[in-house]
Write a protein that binds this ligand. Structure first.
Ligand code: ATP
Length: 347
């Protein structure tokens, strides 16, 4: 097994700095998801590892080998794209065999390997069908099997699920993870979907404007975003603009935390599940503005007055508990200060 190392990689397209000195290490057998908004450089990074873009600066290693200038065909990689990119005139079995035929592997070996892969991606029933005779999810599994056929050291996946509907996406996401762990290949997975990145990756690289803002396991990205961008991009959080008074950031009596040195105002982030809600006085008063049903939980949209301003925040309650809470009800909130992250607000 080989890992992938990027050292200070930069790539520019005219006036656009698509990659701006990216350094990243993917350990052997690890799956790293590149997560970020459109245009942040995820695809350019992946294409640079594939040899489809040539960086102006920096170094890319697969295992011990410097592949920065190596042509794509000499790199030990497999790729899966958003569009399934299967050959339409070949069956699933022939598509999977194709990269092995190109490499002139012995026939018996090809047959054995193809059978193994069909088993791995659960496509026995579809093996002799053509791409137009199978579903999008099945086509993507065939594309994955084809990418894995030559036993690549590194698997590169570029938004492989984005053309699929929500149900198939979730199922195939878990399938890809199972398969990647079964074959123990190192993988880089591009997505702009945070839930997908969190579910599938060992570590997530949050990208912004051609740079990696944070590289950490999903739980850490969620619990302890290290930058304001990371906190804001990885959503499902409350984000409040609050003033600094006497070195403290307060939301009335709901919480009080130390402010970053020298800041006059901050953006405070905290997760909905860290808002402690009471129906009796205790904590800071708030009001239920609206309720939205999300299946097992109901999201309560709250407003609260603090220091002469109105703040809006939300929290999730088990839906059965939320049933008795009417819109307009008075509630009281507290937030554990240890769960609040604050970032200086430049004004
Ligand atoms: P998306 O999620 O929309 O695919 P991304 O994060 O993958 O976005 P990239 O495709 O890597 O982003 O693009 C990074 C920046 O480089 C963008 O501003 C893009 O417009 C620009 N760019 C990418 N490829 C080219 C190209 N061949 N020519 C000119 N500009 C390009």
């Amino acid at each position: 097994m080989s890992g992938v190392v990027l050292r200070n990689v930069s790539k520019r397209f005219g006036a656009v700095q698509a990659l701006d000195g990216v350094s990243l290490e993917v350990a052997p057998g690890e799956l790293v998801a590149l997560l970020g908004p459109s245009g942040c450089g995820k695809t350019t990074l992946l294409r640079s590892v594939a040899g489809l873009e040539r960086p102006e600066q920096g170094q890319i290693l697969v295992g011990d080998r410097d592949v920065t200038l190596a042509p794509t065909r000499e790199r030990p990689i497999g790729m899966v794209f958003q569009s399934y990119a299967l050959f339409p005139n070949m069956t699933v079995r022939e598509n999977i065999a194709f990269p092995l035929m190109v490499r002139k592997r012995p026939r018996a070996q090809i047959e054995r390997r193809v059978a193994e892969l069909i088993e791995l991606v659960h496509l026995h029933e579809q093996a002799d069908r053509y791409p137009h005779q199978i579903s999008g999810g099945q086509q993507q599994r065939a594309a994955l099997a084809r990418a894995l056929a030559p036993d690549p050291e590194v698997l590169l996946l570029d938004e492989p699920l984005s053309a699929l509907d929500a149900l198939v996406r979730a199922r195939l996401r878990d399938e890809i993870r199972r398969i990647q762990q079964a074959v123990k290949t190192t993988a880089i997975y591009v997505t702009h979907d945070q839930a997908e990145a969190m579910a599938i990756a060992d570590r997530v690289a949050v990208m912004n404007q051609g740079r990696v803002e944070q590289l950490a396991p999903p739980i850490e990205i969620y619990e302890a975003p290290s930058t304001r961008f990371s906190a804001a991009f990885v959503g499902s959080r409350n984000a409040l603009e609050l003033p600094v008074q006497d070195g403290q950031v307060r939301l009335g009596s709901a919480f009080s935390v130390a402010a970053p040195a020298g800041s006059r105002a901050v953006l405070a982030f905290f997760r909905p599940e860290d808002v402690e809600l009471r129906l009796e006085p205790g904590g800071h008063p708030a009001r239920v503005e609206a309720k939205t049903f999300h299946g097992s939980v109901t999201r309560l949209h709250l407003t609260t007055e603090a220091d002469g301003r109105t703040a809006r925040l939300y929290t999730d309650l088990p839906s059965r508990q939320a049933l008795s809470l009417e819109t307009g009800s008075d509630v009281w909130i507290r937030v554990d200060p240890a769960t609040v992250r604050v970032f200086p607000l430049e004004k």
